[in-house]
Ligand binder design. Structure first.
Ligand SMILES: *[C@@H]1O[C@H](CO)[C@@H](O)[C@H](O)[C@H]1NC(C)=O
Length: 462
């Protein structure tokens, strides 16, 4: 053998070995499967039309993009998978270099007419994945992310401590149960566990649970199979506590504190009205958040009651200020006020009124005593004068006249003093009535606030 021949032979044999191992590509497989121009691929892929196609579906909740409380819609982003059997496609992986699955363009295949019953917007904002996965046993897997805008009945009663349950019902729109059966691939615990690991909360909501239900939906005597995912989410209330509840409580406490500003002054009224203004700003914010129908949230009731109490206390303050002005022009307290406010109410509110009354009584008694004394003195003086006149007629006529005039003046002053004292007494009665009313308003205020606080806390804690 010439020395050149050995490497040549070696090369040829090596080349032969390489050729015997087939180079695989997907086109061979596709041509072998004859997918591109097979009309049966676009029909429901069963050999016997009576056999229904079974579609297994699965999903994980990735995030909640938004939840509109006014429109009652929820926008979710899910990872969705459905799988079904194509009876016309299968191959032996050993014949094709062990290829077990390929991705094929979606146009080549029939696909289930999946519909989400709660959906209210087209899913055109979902990313498009233009391929299916095709397995060697004929399983077709359609896996895609979905952005879903769906309706959700929101129960806002416990806002912002509410828990919402929204459903996503997957089912065929056209095919009845005779043609197409949808079944969940995973049970509730698996779906929940998986979703919890992938869930990306944006801080507003935390995922509590997802439960899976498999039912049928009746329409026109036909049954349609349905897989329902019930998503339970819980609101993170901290932002509402900081922005709404705490400021509302602060304003309420401010308003209560303002009851201790001196009563009857414009200062108190002005302060209260400023607080009410601040409170109404909070109400505006709340109004923007809440839906305008359905169950009123307990927070809204709370704010309304608080506002009502504030307004009532302002009216109370106005009444008190009216009473104090009235005392200046109309010294006598009307009888009904005397009876109802100064007697009954004061007793109910445990007013320490007796000491004042006793004081009043003593003052009046002293006054009376004074006036009677004055009259006696006057008479005595007159008697004395007469005697004096009889004794020394000529000498003291001038002095007597002067004295008389002095006496008259003193009596006049005395009379006026008495009058003003009585007026003061009347004024102090008005003042007492105002005090009683003030305390009544304060007590009613505190009682209402405590009751509404208790109700709200009970509702939230339930
Ligand atoms: C749910 O499915 C998983 C695996 O598929 C299984 O381990 C688990 O026991 C199932 N749970 C229930 C409640 O059926």
């Amino acid at each position: 053998m010439p020395p050149l021949v050995v490497p040549l032979l070696l090369g040829v044999t090596l080349l032969g070995v390489c050729n015997s191992q087939p180079i695989c590509n997907f086109n061979d497989l596709l041509q072998n499967l004859n997918l591109s121009d097979a009309p049966e691929m676009r029909m429901r892929p069963v050999r016997d039309w009576m056999t229904p196609s079974v579609v297994l579906i699965d999903m994980s909740l990735y995030t909640i993009l938004s939840l509109d409380m006014r429109l009652q819609t929820i926008t979710t982003f899910i990872w969705f998978t459905m799988a079904w059997q194509n009876e016309f496609v299968s191959w032996n992986p050993d014949e094709f270099c062990g290829i077990k699955r390929i991705s094929v363009p979606v146009e080549l295949f029939w696909k289930p007419d999946l519909y989400i019953y709660e959906m209210i917007e087209d899913e055109d904002k979902s990313p498009v994945i233009p391929y299916y996965l095709l397995y060697s046993n004929g399983t077709v897997v359609n896996s895609k992310p979905l952005r879903i805008v769906s309706t959700c009945n929101l129960d806002m009663f416990k806002f912002p401590f509410d828990i919402q349950t929204c459903s996503l019902s997957f089912g065929p729109y056209l095919h009845s149960v005779k043609d197409l059966i949808m079944l969940p691939k995973s049970n509730s615990s698996t779906v929940s566990a998986l979703s919890r690991t992938v869930f990306a909360g944006k801080g507003d909501w935390t995922l509590s649970d997802i439960s899976v239900l498999n039912t049928t939906y009746d329409s026109d005597g036909e049954k349609y199979s349905q897989v329902i995912y019930k998503i339970t989410i819980k609101r993170t209330p901290i932002i509402y506590i900081i922005n709404l509840i705490i400021p509302a409580c602060f304003l309420l406490f401010l308003d209560i504190a303002s009851m201790f500003i001196q009563m009857g002054t414009g200062e108190r009224l002005g302060f209260k009205i400023t607080v009410v203004l601040g409170f109404s700003v909070l109400l505006l914010i709340l109004n923007d958040l809440l839906p305008n129908s359905d169950s009123t949230p307990v927070l809204g009731i709370f704010c309304t009651v608080c506002l009502a109490v504030m307004v009532a206390s302002i009216i109370g303050s106005i009444a008190i200020s009216y009473m104090l002005t009235e005392s200046a022009t109309q010294p006598d307290v009307p009888l009904w006020i005397k009876i109802w406010v100064l007697n009954h109410l004061a007793r109910v509110l445990r007013f320490k009124k007796r000491s004042d009354k006793e004081e009043l009584v003593t003052v009046v008694a002293v006054n009376k005593a004074d006036s009677s004394d004055g009259k006696k003195v006057e008479k005595n003086l007159e008697l004395c004068e007469k005697r004096k006149i009889s004794q020394r007629e000529a000498r003291g006529s001038l002095e007597a006249k002067l004295l008389k005039r002095l006496l008259a003046e003193i009596l006049k002053i005395h009379y006026e003093l008495n009058l003003s004292k009585n007026e003061d007494d009347a004024k102090s009665e008005w003042y007492m009535a105002a005090l009683v009313v003030d305390r009544l308003v304060l007590i009613l205020y505190l009682v209402t606030v405590v009751i509404i606080f208790a109700i709200v806390i009970i509702v939230w804690a339930k």
